[in-house]
Design a protein around this ligand. Structure first.
Ligand code: SAH
Length: 369
């Protein structure tokens, strides 16, 4: 049997060309989108304004398949987390964070991650492959299905779950197009954010095809430090990254800003000297800064920053004129906080084995063995 095309993965242009390729008119693709995303209808036989022969073809060749839910958890602060079975022994996670009338969905884009940032637990799982666009969009459909029960829906999406979105470029572009598409989820382009550890060539490519919001995981003001925390910095150092950032934000236009993410780790990058260097580094980049206190995980080797250091850091940046937000930890009781998403992937990199050995050594040390 030929594999069915999962229509959740096709954006408007791709649906249109699917139909044009079958000798039909492009507007049929738009009609289909409205049925699916505005009416919540995925039964082709009910789509009475589509030609019958086409409905039959859709029935035979396509599907709407959602990721399989392995587990669903709700935190005491209202944060929800899905563990999704994405096949071949791989699991990824998606999180919805309710906050002051907003529902922010944090989606995963890959099974594990190749980048191995030193402070992120996802990297410790190794890497097993990309998610299909339909699986990324599927996370949004699942979240909306939950929220609709209380008359709400996803208002913001961040690609800050597992994986490096810009290393799964085509699927991420299609999925974010669908999220921003008026005929589908219709989120404003300011409310869908791709987050990257700094895949510089892909930032230039992104500017050619979309104006989705962009967040950069910077975490350090100097190459020496960033090389240790975010290893992809050795390939694309800060100067190159900031040049790409300036290019992207110019493309977004004067009224929009980039988001700079900075995870604060005690004694590593959370001192006033770092804030001073950061403020200086970013002076030509139109941006706002998100500070994220480090969320611990076993044998991470890092600690949470002290409250007064966070305060000093943030105050300094604000005095320099940067709009600076402190991200509060949400959902940590269900391991749904930033950097705690681990899923479970069939690691192809052996990194998981090395990490688990380290966790074992660490717990033996703690137990005084
Ligand atoms: N690969 C992408 C997206 C995934 S990470 C990227 O690097 O941007 C999304 C964010 O999670 C990163 O900005 C990082 O700041 C944050 N993060 C990762 N591990 C963390 C941890 N242990 N504590 C706090 N934030 C963490």
């Amino acid at each position: 049997m030929t594999k069915l095309i999962n229509l959740y993965g096709l954006d408007r242009a791709q649906l249109e060309s699917l139909f044009v390729g079958r000798g039909l008119q492009a507007f049929r693709g738009r009609q289909l989108m409205k049925w699916v995303y505005h009416q919540g209808m995925t039964d082709f036989s009910a789509m009475t304004d589509l030609p019958k022969s086409m409905r039959q073809w859709l029935q035979d060749n396509t599907c709407f398949e959602l990721p399989k839910v392995d587990a669903f958890k709700v935190s005491k602060d209202g944060t929800s987390k899905w563990v999704l079975d994405v096949g071949q022994g791989n699991f990824v996670e998606a999180v919805v964070i309710p906050d002051k009338g907003r529902n922010t969905l944090c989606v995963s884009s890959q099974m594990g991650c190749m980048l191995d940032c030193s402070f992120c637990s996802t990297g410790k799982q190794g890497f097993s492959g990309n998610l299909a666009a339909a699986t990324i969009v599927g996370q949004m459909v699942l979240a909306n299905n939950l929220l609709v029960e209380r008359g709400e829906r996803v208002t913001n999406v961040v690609l800050m779950g597992m994986g490096e979105p810009l290393l799964n470029f085509d699927a991420v572009v299609s999925a974010t197009n669908i999220m921003m598409e008026d005929l589908a989820f219709g989120l404003s382009k300011r409310r869908v954010t791709v987050s990257t550890a700094g895949v510089v060539p892909a930032i230039y490519e992104l500017a050619k095809v979309t104006d989705v919001a962009l967040a950069i995981s910077l975490h350090a003001p100097t190459d020496g430090l960033r090389d240790q925390l975010v290893p992809i910095n050795r390939k694309y150092p800060i100067e190159q990254l900031l040049a790409a950032c300036r290019h992207y934000v110019d493309h977004l236009g004067e009224r929009r800003k980039l988001v700079i993410e900075y995870t604060l780790m005690k004694g590593v990058n959370d001192q006033l000297e770092h804030a001073i260097a950061l403020a200086d580094l970013l002076k030509d980049v139109r941006c706002k800064i998100n500070l994220i206190p480090f969320n611990p995980f076993p044998a991470s080797g890092y600690e949470k920053p002290a409250k007064q250091d966070i305060y000093k850091f943030q105050t300094y940046l604000m005095k320099q004129g940067y709009s600076t937000m402190l991200r509060t930890t949400r959902g940590d009781d269900i391991d749904a906080a930033c950097g705690q998403l681990v899923g479970q992937v069939k690691d192809r990199t052996k990194r998981q084995t090395r990490y688990l050995a380290r966790v074992k050594a660490h717990s033996e040390e703690v137990a005084g063995l």
